[in-house]
Design a protein around this ligand. Structure first.
Ligand code: URA
Length: 242
């Protein structure tokens, strides 16, 4: 035990398990383990070394991990560095600790983008096997017919393979809400182009459980603990081992 140890109920509250009082109840009800042993109230933990589990599920307790949600404006590119010197998403958020974008949005795509230094979560959110949904508001050229909408839903033949089933609803004649769970390069643009309706404007409005209608283009904020937990749940479980 050292001076940096934190009380378990404080750590659990920080992670989004509820108020300090509720977390004390979790411990009193013997639902919390530290390094395999049932924890007692007042137990202190070392966030770098101890393994904490709630109801048998290990929870990540590293305070050095940061999570940002950015509303990416057009013209900003989703890489850490750009040889051509264009503005990048990482320049919008704090420099330290260094974070990376979770997946990519095209330069001309707007909307929600996560940035984090949590490699495990990044992998799970971007790998198609975890199937996290991404929703886009898509302004297209022309008015897609019912057949075109059906084709978008059923899967479109692209040069790198057929797209999986997608949810597609017409919000207005030329405005579609498209939900996909893959991440092929420029997927939505290529799908729409393939059915004869090139994209005129593309805005990502949801990543798994993450939505934010109030965040303005160019603005960012830190995710709450509850939001991080909801992302962890979306990628298959209520814990991520790190
Ligand atoms: N699909 C696209 O075509 N572009 C994006 O930026 C994201 C999804």
């Amino acid at each position: 035990m050292n001076d940096d140890d934190e009380r378990l109920q404080k750590v659990l509250a920080r992670l989004g398990f509820g108020s300090r009082r509720l977390c004390e109840e979790l411990i009193a009800d013997e639902r919390v383990n530290v390094n395999g042993d049932t924890a007692v109230l007042g137990r202190r933990v070392d966030v770098d070394n101890d393994e904490v589990a709630v109801d048998g599920a290990i929870v990540g307790i590293r305070p050095d991990l940061v999570y940002y949600l950015l509303n990416k404006p057009t013209g900003v590119i989703t890489t850490a560095d750009d040889p051509q010197g264009r503005p990048t998403v990482v320049q919008i958020v704090p420099d330290e600790p260094r974070v990376f974008p979770v997946g990519r949005l095209d330069a001309d795509t707007e909307g929600l983008l996560l940035l984090t230094n949590d490699g495990t979560l990044t992998h799970r959110l971007t790998h198609p096997s975890f199937g996290v949904e991404k929703e886009y508001l898509t302004q297209v050229d022309g008015v897609p017919s019912r057949a075109a909408l059906r084709e978008l839903r059923e899967g479109v033949e692209l040069e790198d393979g057929k797209t999986s089933k997608a949810r597609v609803t017409a919000v207005e004649d030329s405005l579609l809400r498209i939900t996909i769970h893959e991440g092929k390069n420029r997927q939505v643009r290529r799908m729409c182009e393939a059915v004869g309706h090139p994209v005129e404007r593309l805005v990502r409005t949801r990543i798994g459980p993450m939505v934010d209608r109030r965040l303005k283009p160019g603005d960012w904020r830190t995710l709450t603990r509850e939001e991080v937990r909801s992302l962890e749940i979306a990628v298959g479980g209520d814990s991520v081992e790190r």
